[in-house]
Design a protein. Structure first.
Length: 201
C-alpha cells in the first residue's frame, strides 16, 4: 500500500508541474483511455480519481498538440492491491448484485403482469366472439321463421281465395235442387204428414 501511495504522490506532483491538457492512462499496450483535464478547482485530484478508477500500468501527460511531456509507470505490485471481495469494494459488489437481482425481479413481475393482462384480453375477446356468433345464429333463426311464416300466410290467403269462389259456385249450382226440396223441409219441420198433391189431386 505504501508503494501505491508513492505512485499517487508522483502522479500529483507531475500533474501540477507539467499541467497537461490531456492525460492518457494505459491498461496495456493496446488498451488505453484519454482523460480530459477539467478547469475547476482540485482538478488534479479529480484526474487522479479518474485514473485510479480502473487498473493502469502507465500514464502519459499530453500537451495541446498531443505530444507526451511526461509519464508515470505504475510499479506497485499486485499484492498491494486491495482484495475485491473485502471492505468497501466487496460492499460495492454486493450492492451491485442486489440491484441486478432487484431489476431482474421487477422485469419478471412486469412480464407476469403483462402475460396476465394479455390472457384476460384474449378471454374477453373470445367471449365477445362467442356472443356475436350466438347473436348471428339467433338472427338467422328469426329470419328463417319470418320467411316461413310469410310463405304460410301467402299460401293461406291463396287457398282462402280459391276456396271461397269454389264454395259459392257449388252453392249456386245446388240452388234449384234446394228450392224444390223446400216444401218437404217445411212439412218435416211443421210435423204434418204426406205433402199435398198439386192441383188438388
Amino acid at each position: 500500500m505504501a508503494n501505491a501511495v508513492l505512485i499517487t504522490d508522483e502522479l500529483l506532483t507531475k500533474l501540477k508541474r507539467y499541467a497537461p491538457s490531456k492525460v492518457r492512462a494505459y491498461a496495456s499496450d493496446d488498451d488505453f483511455r484519454d482523460i480530459a483535464v477539467p478547469t475547476r478547482r482540485k482538478r488534479w485530484n479529480q484526474v487522479i480519481e479518474a485514473i485510479e478508477a480502473r487498473s493502469w500500468t502507465r500514464v502519459e501527460l499530453l500537451d495541446k498538440s498531443g505530444a507526451v511531456i511526461a509519464y508515470v509507470d505504475n510499479t506497485s505490485p499486485a499484492s498491494d492491491l486491495e482484495d475485491l471481495s473485502t471492505t468497501s469494494t466487496g460492499k460495492t459488489r454486493s450492492e451491485a448484485e442486489w440491484i441486478v437481482n432487484l431489476v431482474v425481479k421487477a422485469q419478471r413481475e412486469a412480464m407476469a403482469f403483462r402475460d396476465s393482462e394479455v390472457q384476460s384480453l384474449l378471454r374477453a375477446q373470445g367471449d365477445v366472439v362467442r356472443e356475436l356468433s350466438q347473436a348471428m345464429k339467433d338472427l338467422s333463426g328469426i329470419y328463417t321463421e319470418q320467411r316461413r311464416a310469410a310463405v304460410e300466410a301467402a299460401e293461406i290467403r291463396a287457398n282462402a281465395a280459391n276456396g271461397s269462389s269454389s264454395e259459392w259456385k257449388e252453392l249456386l249450382e245446388a240452388a234449384p235442387q234446394l228450392l224444390q226440396m223446400l216444401p218437404y223441409l217445411r212439412q218435416l219441420m211443421g210435423g204434418s204428414g204426406e205433402p199435398k198433391p198439386k192441383n188438388g189431386a
